[in-house]
Design a protein around this ligand. Sequence first.
Ligand SMILES: [Zn+2]
Ligand SMILES: [Zn+2]
Length: 278
Amino acid sequence: MKIDGHTHTELCPHGSGEPTEKMIQRAIQLGFTEYHLTEHAPLPDEFIAHYAGDPDNVATASLRWDQIDQYLALGRKLQKQFQAQIKVTVGFEIDYLADYEDTIKDFLAQVGPLTENNIISIHYLKAANGGYYGIDYSPNELHDGFSDDIQDGQRLYQRYFQTVLTSVAVDYGQFSPAKIGHMSLIKKYQDYFHLPATFSVPTMKLVKQILKVANEKKMKLDFNTAGLYKPYCNDLYPGQQILQQAQQQGVALEFGSDAHSIAEVGHGYHLFEYQSQN
Ligand SMILES: [Zn+2]
Ligand SMILES: [Zn+2]
């Protein structure tokens, strides 16, 4: 089995717009046997209306609510088209937002029966002023929301991991997400802000708690190679420290390219092979 478990589609507003069909063909060429479509689920309307960061961020972050059917239909079509060559599954990458848990649960209840391999991710954190800011949109936006935290680094990490912990601990019901997305996304701009390369003991304590809950809920961890190719990240998500801890605690890893274009499909896969062999 060779799985690309985290990919986006032609419907993603911040993607390349390249045909998803061609992305799947690329996966087949690379020998993948399974391909998980995990498009960004729509963000709650109220969240968008009260957003504190750059409005362009939330305007281009995800599918719109009126695109859900179109996305599911695209997924079904591709699933059928390629069924003899590769197993395609249709799911969502869902944003965890503390103030919108009910919207997330309603969404899962609605799409759960129609989807597989859903991912829970965090792209937004609540700042000290109560507003939400994106952590992976731009260095400016991260700084606008969290300039005090950035001074320390571990404080920024801890604010993030505290939210990750809450996101995995939630009881999502019958259609609970199967995987934690890019668990160290907070490091996307680590080299821009010269954030600490390693997590401190108190930060790792949160990581261990997250992995414990993940284990109890049989959630997998996204071995996400996208960060390697980001100019200010230059590392895997979730990075060596969390990978080692995850292996110690017995949390399963699943490769995800997080591809938003044809060329990104399967990128960095060999690192996952090496990790799996150790
Ligand atoms: Zn995306
Ligand atoms: Zn993501």
